[in-house]
Each structure stands twice: as structure tokens, then as C-alpha cells.
Design a protein around this ligand. Structure first.
Ligand code: PEP
Ligand code: MG
Length: 325
């Protein structure tokens, strides 16, 4: 079965009735990039950079980061690479960077909040990303945005870094696309406002589900309550897509929901053509795409958007995934 799937690596992801999807990889290392490319990823939709910072005893230097970002950009070639700035805190820690003891780490000192607080470290990373931007189609993305101020503050630091690079005479892409993760419900509620500030959205369903349902994504005891198909989640996703369309910016999905082939009807109905997922999921999602008639799947999704419980929706999508392939 695996060998048969691997034959699909070079095949385009297109539904039976001709809807083209772009399937990219989520990676956190060069090793994972190689796997993603082997499985036919059209670029990197999410480069989780925190792994560059882990398993060592100090922050990685600008040069060290630059080398990795450049290598990834070059290997990916003509496809985009979305580099996400550091997302530590929550469940991810660094030995050499003392994070506070927190009662609710996922609601605490995390991701962009740390970057904006530790500007030195943030600037080093932004500099490295910008320097790599001339070696491929690099895009930059900020995690865990919950307000307009955060986006503006991050962009102000970016502008500062651009000035400095200019002064150093170092080349970079002045028009590097800048986007945000939409993964906090507050961001969705002001998504029309945020759309005016950025070039793209990437929906992070892992955190979006945890935050909107108030269900810790790491807590085994309540894992049965972690429902990606909860109507609240579907509504938030739809709001995000509608705002992106209205503003004319790109939107993709990079959380685990994208890796669940049962979700495909939802993306087809919403008109989301860009999905990013763990390398291991690429071929099964492509296989499902090739066996799906978009016109039919959209009808299934329309029914799902009217459903009142996650179990109904999950049952409907599971059943459809079985019959259509
Ligand atoms: C997400 O939250 O959906 C996401 C893709 O980011 P991470 O899993 O790294 O938090
Ligand atoms: Mg996240």
C-alpha cells in the first residue's frame, strides 16, 4: 500500500472534476524537508523554527539560522517556504532560556509574545530570515497573533531590521510576504481588521481547536473533548476564509485538520486550495483528492456546516471518505 501511494509523489493533486490543490509540507528540520520533498510536497507551508533553538545550550546565531533557512529555501526551489518565527512556550521549552513557571502555559508567555518581549532575539531571527529571502520564495509568518497591535509591533521590528540590513549592504527581498497564523479565536473575531495588515493567513487548527473549546491539546484526560469538527471550529474557519477572500489575501490551513483526509470536502466547499501537513500525510491526502468529485464533496460539506454537533459532522465526513474512494 505504501509503495503504491509513493507512486503518487509526482502526480498533481487534482479532484476528478479538475479542482487543483496545492499540498505543502510542515517541517521542523532539513530531514523532514527531505521527506516532504520525497512525498511530492509543493513547498513548505509551515517551517516550525523552534527546533533550531532546541537541544543546544544557547540561542542560535544569525549565521547559524541563516544557513538553515537558506538551505531550505534553495532545496525547495520554485515553491514557497513559509518560515514561522519562534513559537516556544506552551509545551515547548529551551534549556538555556528560563521561562516562568506558569499555571496555564498555553495561555501564557508564548510565541510572538516572547518575540516582542525579547527584541534582541527576535531581530536576530528576522535578520536571518530576510537574508535567506534572496535564495528562494521565502515568506514570513508570526504565530499566536491575538491583536492588531501585535501585528503592527512585529512589523515595526521587521522594518527596523530591514533598515539595518540596508545599511549593512546585505541583499534581501523587500517585498517578502508577511502573514500570520490564525489560531486564537480573538484573531478570528477581528480577522477583517488583521487582513488589512498582512499578505496571507494560515489557519492553525491545533491551537484554534484548543483555544475555542477550552480543551488543552496536551491533556489526555480530556482528549475525547478535542473536536476539530465542532461547529464552533467550522464557523471560525469559515469566517477566516471569508475575510481573506474579501480582502483578497491568501489563506491556507496548516494544522492537523489538513492532514485528516476526511476534511477535504470542507476545504473544497470553502475554496481553500492550499493545505500544509506533516510529510507522512501528504500521499494519503493526495490519494483522497484524486478520488474525490469536488461538486459532490461540496454538497457533503454544505450539510456539515449546518450540523449542530461534532459527532454528526464527523460521522458524515467519515462515511463520505469511505464511499468516495
Ligand atoms: C497549529 O496550532 O495548528 C499549528 C500548526 O501550529 P503548532 O502545532 O506548531 O502550534
Ligand atoms: Mg499553533
Amino acid at each position: 500500500k505504501r509503495e503504491q501511494l509513493e507512486l503518487l509523489a509526482t502526480v498533481e493533486a487534482v479532484t476528478r472534476d479538475g479542482v487543483n490543490l496545492s499540498l505543502a509540507g510542515n517541517i521542523s528540520s532539513v530531514k523532514e524537508l527531505n521527506l516532504a520533498l520525497k512525498y511530492g510536497a509543493e513547498g513548505v507551508g509551515l517551517f516550525r523554527t523552534e527546533f533550531l533553538y532546541m537541544d543546544r545550550d544557547s540561542f542560535p546565531s544569525e549565521e547559524e539560522q541563516f544557513e538553515v533557512y537558506k538551505l531550505v529555501a534553495e532545496k525547495v526551489g520554485n515553491h514557497p517556504v513559509v518560515i514561522r518565527t519562534l513559537d516556544i512556550g506552551g509545551d515547548k521549552h529551551l534549556d538555556y532560556f528560563q521561562l516562568p513557571e506558569e499555571q496555564n502555559p498555553f495561555l501564557g508567555y508564548r510565541a510572538i509574545r516572547i518575540s516582542l518581549d525579547r527584541k534582541d532575539m527576535f531581530k536576530t531571527q528576522l535578520t536571518a530570515i530576510l537574508r535567506a529571502s534572496v535564495y528562494g520564495k521565502v515568506k514570513m509568518m508570526f504565530p499566536m497573533i491575538s491583536s492588531l497591535e501585535e501585528v503592527q509591533a512585529a512589523k515595526a521590528v521587521l522594518a527596523e531590521v530591514m533598515e539595518e540590513l540596508e545599511q549593512r549592504g546585505v541583499p534581501f527581498d523587500r517585498n517578502i510576504p508577511v502573514g500570520i497564523m490564525v489560531e486564537v479565536p480573538a484573531a478570528v473575531m477581528i480577522v477583517d481588521i488583521l487582513a488589512e495588515e498582512v499578505d496571507f493567513f494560515s489557519i492553525g487548527t491545533n491551537d484554534l481547536v484548543q483555544y475555542v473549546l477550552a480543551v488543552d491539546r496536551m491533556n489526555e484526560q480530556i482528549a475525547h473533548m478535542y473536536h476539530p469538527y465542532h461547529p464552533a471550529v467550522l464557523r471560525l474557519i469559515r469566517m477566516t476564509v471569508e475575510a481573506a477572500k474579501h480582502a483578497g489575501i491568501e489563506v491556507s490551513v496548516c494544522g492537523e485538520m489538513a492532514a485528516d483526509e476526511r476534511s477535504l470536502p470542507l476545504w473544497l466547499e470553502l475554496g481553500i486550495n492550499n493545505l500544509s501537513m506533516s510529510p507522512q500525510a501528504l500521499l494519503k491526502v493526495k490519494h483522497r483528492t484524486l478520488n474525490t468529485v469536488a461538486a459532490e464533496a461540496r454538497e457533503v460539506a454544505k450539510a456539515c456546516f449546518r450540523m449542530r454537533t461534532s459527532s454528526e459532522t464527523e460521522a458524515k465526513l467519515s462515511a463520505y471518505a469511505k464511499v468516495s474512494g
